[in-house]
Write a protein that binds this ligand. Sequence first.
Ligand code: GLY
Ligand code: MN
Ligand code: MN
Length: 490
Amino acid sequence: MGRQALTPETPVDEESEATKQRKNGLDRGVSDELAANMKGGWADTERHDLLPIPQAGHTARRRDGLSARFPGERLVIPAGNLKVRANDTFYRFRPSSDYTYLTGDQTEDAVLVLEPAADGGHEATAYLLPRSDRENGEFWLSGQGELWDGRRNSLTENERLLGLPCQDVRALAEALGAGTGPVRLLRGYDAGIEEALSDKVTAERDEEFRVFLSEMRRIKDAFEIADLRFACEATARGFEDVVRSLDRAQETSERYIEGTFFLRARVEGNDVGYSTIAAAGPHATTIHWVRNDGAVRDGELLLLDAGVETRNLYTADVTRTLPVNGRFTPLQRKIYDAVYEAQSAGIAAVRPGAPYRDFHRAAQRVLATRLVEWGLFDDGLDVEKVLELGLQRRWTMHGTGHMLGLDVHDCAAARTESYVEGPLEPGMCLTVEPGLYFQEDDLTVPEEYRGIGVRIEDDILVTEDGNENLSAGLPREADEIEAWMARLKA
Ligand code: GLY
Ligand code: MN
Ligand code: MN
């Protein structure tokens, strides 16, 4: 239960260690006169004009789906707590994706509880930290006080916004202590809640709960699709910013590219959805290149894998491999075109009813075919044999995609049979992202290939009759890339 040890009745001298840390050296010597002075003279800022958040109807339907699967059981979904960065400083908070999925809220320390109702179904309550108390000085003496952290919504305001009952999270321990029925908890986000429920939950049942939530999130509703669409559009604008910044990047480093994209993500969205990969030259062959401290050179390729996370926390996941000077060399283009062709085959395989693995197989077949044509395997190895033995993977390295949503690798707890071994269904959103990577020290490829890495990644929505490329706002084809770069740099 994180930091909410301070109750309205708790004198500030009896705060938890975490709360004390949050005070950041605040002078604790307070005269009676100052304490009295700070209680009064504040306007009533309660807002009575609030409308429900746009996704409130969707979050209610998602809660209904959860409720139907676990009748008669109390369900507990924490948002999670702040993580200490050092001493009294914290990482920027991001709530558990499942909590936000079910409430639309993003508040630290909050907890959603679905309590079984007498007449079936569940009553949902969001437990949240309310406005700071002014009488006991909490609002300015506590590390969680609104004077320091900013105004919070009152519980009544949150009820209007979220469309569900809200209660003080400091009453939660008591609420959880009551009742003897079965409980399921989303683990991994709130150690205090886990401790409080330790004698009421089992690992096996909680895992079943986590898996179900993950599988629910496979099919995106209209709100989620609109948000993913916006994430892709903002990401396209971030890529355009990067193209315009390439001269400065060549004078500095890959960090300039990372920073340029981050500016767009932070202004239009909440953050980046994952660490930006700004990989110039041979760094493009390192799949998780996030150090981004290398030089950006004329004549080389830049592999940029970046996604804007929206304010509702949905992320895009897009990769473009761009010639730093705006023109591919013939060899770069040859490798690029092979990846482009593989990606096109992969995208074409995305349609409802198709086995999930089809798009991966389609892309891998194209890549293996090109690698065989280029003479990179021993004589006698044809495409079928290469694919059977998986030999292309020396250069294709990773799977061709994954589901996308609130998490960049979304629905990660879904069972194999409902994800990689299941069929595609309308409303799923996935990346298609084949690549070819020739390491600098790979003696099995011609010297001129070494240090070239290419990936192209788009975000594909499965529709009723095929698919839609949500990131189609960015060009994919080599000529179009060059024309687009020339336009942006003009
Ligand atoms: N950027 C992470 C991924 O493409 O999966
Ligand atoms: Mn990516
Ligand atoms: Mn990806």
